[in-house]
Design a protein around this ligand. Structure first.
Ligand code: GUN
Ligand code: ZN
Length: 437
């Protein structure tokens, strides 16, 4: 097996950066190297040290002066919504009924699912995202299409078919029993196959009956190592309708709590309007709140209070995500640019090191996969993004006055998108340059 030696300016995080000067929180090499063999990182650090380990046969790829970072991770995205993105004029529940559910009915057709899965993962890679936690449609075939495409590319992805048995058109409904059976079959076929992970996915309380919630709880008990993903407290009308559907629950979070869906592998999209009790319950169970800034702005849902959630006595674990097609961009750079603005509207700041921590190691920690992805550490999978802070004329001009790494990262976040992504490695294989345009 020949190995590959990447040369460039390497940046990887060891923990949350408390401040912009918290240098111990990251590893940065002005002349860095990453040695890859058999899809894994064998060594990383100063180029001269890594080169010594590489041996004569290693193929060297020189990415200087660009930055090498761990591939970006998107922790909440709907792959069947590629033709929903940019749908005008509605808040959450109308948006679901008018645009999203009708679009998702098309995924009953397996061929459509395969086409969109292919284009979706192309788009992710083009934007520097090497891992997603994805919602498929209700149709088993949509999850099969997603996993087949993901497995072919050897990507580490987490996904599940949504379970939904009410309050939506017939064409996107399952039943408690069929949702359970299809999920079981998909887990058996795909979970642990190569780099594929299954996530148990009750869409949200509005579209699942109490019977289906029971089934989702049973699946989590039967598969305690699996992720669970759903939506929570995104929009006021959604919260009111949920309370009406589950009148005995103390609050929205209590619906999921009641069915045993909270825990360290549980991912709750949005979490915008949580009470202190709800935040405590999420914190105590180790559940993850997923920040989806472009979606929350686009649908007018509200402002996620990132810094308050981090700082409270019982802090929340936080992930960041695009939430396409409620979200408006596939790029984690664009996502964190909008995230910065949401946090600013809450009177706070997120510094550029914290941002890049979040979309790499931070999201890997939130998904409990940091031993596999999210850093450039030896022994982890070689999922790597190559970033060019001079990718456009405007970026090039602004870079003339950027003097520090922090300024360069902030520029990448503020002005960057897929054009700033020069190359992407998936398990050591150059994947972006492989995509036909
Ligand atoms: N809540 C339930 N389903 C969805 C969805 O597809 N997108 C968003 N943003 N919220 C949801
Ligand atoms: Zn969502």
């Amino acid at each position: 097996m020949t190995s590959t030696l990447l040369r460039g300016r390497t940046l990887s995080f060891v923990r949350w950066p408390e401040t912009i000067d918290d240098h111990a929180a990251w590893l940065y090499e002005e002349d860095g190297g990453v040695l890859i063999s058999d899809g894994r990182i064998v060594a990383s650090g100063a180029y001269r040290d890594v080169e010594r380990q590489a041996g004569e046969a290693a193929k060297e790829i020189d990415h200087r002066p660009h930055l090498l970072l761990p591939g970006f991770i998107d922790t909440h995205v709907h792959f069947p919504q590629m033709q929903v993105i940019a749908s005008y004029g509605a808040e959450l529940l109308d948006w679901l009924n008018t645009y999203t559910f009708p679009e998702e009915t098309k995924f009953a057709n397996a061929q459509h699912g395969r086409r969109i899965a292919r284009l979706f993962l192309d788009e992710m890679v083009r934007h520097g995202t090497t891992t997603v936690t994805a919602y498929c449609s209700v149709h088993k075939a949509s999850a099969e299409a997603f996993f087949a495409e993901s497995h072919d590319r050897n990507m580490l992805n987490i996904a599940g078919k949504v379970m939904m048995d009410r309050n939506a058109p017939e064409g996107v409904l399952d039943t408690p029993q069929s949702g359970y059976d299809d999920t079981k079959a998909l887990i058996k076929e795909w979970h642990g196959k190569g780099r594929q992970h299954y996530a148990i996915t009750p869409r949200f309380a509005i579209t699942s009956s109490p019977e289906q919630m029971e089934m989702a709880g049973a699946l989590c008990r039967e598969h305690p190592d699996l992720h669970m993903q759903t939506h929570l407290s995104e929009n006021h009308a959604e919260i009111a309708f949920t309370q009406q559907l589950y009148p005995r629950s103390r609050d929205y979070t209590d619906v999921y709590e009641h069915y045993g869906l909270l825990g360290k592998k549980s991912l709750f999209g949005h979490c915008i309007h949580l009470s202190e009790r709800e935040a405590d319950a999420l914190s105590q169970s180790g559940s993850v709140a997923v920040f989806c800034p472009t979606s929350n702005l686009f649908l007018g849902s509200g402002l996620f209070d990132y810094q308050r959630f981090r700082r409270r006595d019982k802090p929340l674990r936080i992930a960041a995500a695009t939430d396409v097609g409620g979200g408006t961009n596939y790029s984690m750079l664009r996502t964190m640019d909008e995230g910065y603005k949401v946090i600013a509207l809450n009177g706070e700041k997120l510094n550029p090191f914290q941002s890049f921590w979040q979309i790499t190691r931070g999201n890997a920690e939130a998904l409990s996969v940091v031993g596999k992805i999210g850093t450039l550490d030896q022994g982890t999978d070689a999922d790597i993004v190559v970033l060019d802070a001079r990718a456009t004329p405007a970026m090039r001009l602004r870079m003339e006055t950027a003097q520090t790494l922090a300024q360069e990262l902030f520029l990448l976040q503020t002005l960057g998108d897929d054009r700033a992504v020069r190359e992407v490695y998936v398990a050591g294989r150059a994947a972006k340059s492989d995509i036909a345009n």
